[in-house]
Design a protein around this ligand. Structure first.
Ligand SMILES: N[C@@H](CCC[C@H](N)C(=O)O)C(=O)O
Length: 280
């Protein structure tokens, strides 16, 4: 471990879902959960919704491995907005217009769609209760749980767990008061990301999110994918929709092979150097 070295980072976001991106492909840094929490702290660290570590590829078919940490120090298998950001950085390095990134959710293929727009194949939506995972066998189309005004979500795994609740109007739900209770519901042994979704039309959804390990964020890429899959499964939309989040829109398509394609913007805010004390 080389925690004494000051590490350079890039601060990026996708629709206001913000990330500290640490490229350790040459430095070989090992991060503790305490270091993740310190870097993600918005007052004493840099501050972010997720800390993203770019590592050397583990297989032959990708450019890099990406590890995703939430600000509470926990690790997630997937992050849609960060995948676009990291893909954009890696494509910028080589000048290529496509790249493959390895994650715990598998190999994710990304390609540029013009100026700071990136499309990522987020892999297949997984709908079996064991994949989410749930604590017991249930029909993932009707999980049958609820809290306050929210009831009966759809369960979807995009490499991370999601519970999608449909509501008449997202503005009427106090997400801060129900988010944590649903994230920690006993049905979700690995906790869950919680989406509330309003159907605006057959190809348009409005979504707000309470992210596992992070709380309310302005956008969640995997949450947008899970919401479109849940809406299409319930017959509320077609398999393609614009998902309007607090931070802006993502364009999601659930392809015939069950893979979910996500297209949206990336933004680079600044570059900086982490003080070694944050990693001690
Ligand atoms: N912001 C993300 C999801 C980040 C991980 C999530 N909080 C989890 O714990 O699964 C996205 O854009 O998908």
């Amino acid at each position: 471990m080389n925690t004494a070295i000051a590490h350079e980072f890039v601060k990026m976001h996708g629709l206001g879902n913000d990330f500290v991106v640490l490229d350790i492909r040459r430095s070989g840094l090992t991060l503790t959960a305490d270091a993740v929490r310190a870097i993600a702290d918005r007052r004493r660290g840099v501050g972010c919704d997720q800390l993203i570590v770019v590592e050397p590829p583990r297989g032959d078919n990708s450019t890099a491995w990406m590890t995703i940490y939430n600000p509470d120090g926990s690790e997630s298998g997937a992050c849609g907005n960060a995948t676009r950001c990291v893909a954009w950085l890696l494509m910028g390095e080589t000048g290529a217009d496509r790249v493959v990134i390895e994650t715990r959710a598998g190999l994710l293929k990304a390609e540029t769609r013009g100026d700071r727009m990136v499309a990522v194949d987020m892999g297949p939506a997984r709908l079996d209760w064991r994949d989410i995972p749930l604590a017991e066998a249930r029909d993932t189309l009707h999980l049958g749980i609820g809290l306050g005004p929210l009831s009966d979500p759809v369960g979807v795994s995009m490499g991370n767990p999601h519970a999608v609740f449909f509501v008449p109007d997202v503005a009427d739900v106090n997400l801060s008061s129900v988010g944590s209770g649903l994230e920690h519901h006993p049905l979700f042994p690995e906790r869950a990301n919680i989406e509330i979704v309003q159907v605006l039309g057959p190809e348009k959804l409005r979504m707000r999110v309470w992210e596992r390990g992070a709380g309310i964020t302005q956008a969640c890429g995997t949450g947008a994918c899970a919401s479109l899959v849940a809406a299409a499964r319930r017959g509320l939309t077609t398999r393609k929709a614009e998902v309007v989040l607090d931070g802006g829109s993502l364009f999601i398509e659930w392809l015939a092979d069950d893979h979910v394609l996500m297209t949206g913007p990336v933004a680079l805010a600044f570059r900086g150097t982490l003080d070694p004390s944050l990693m001690a």
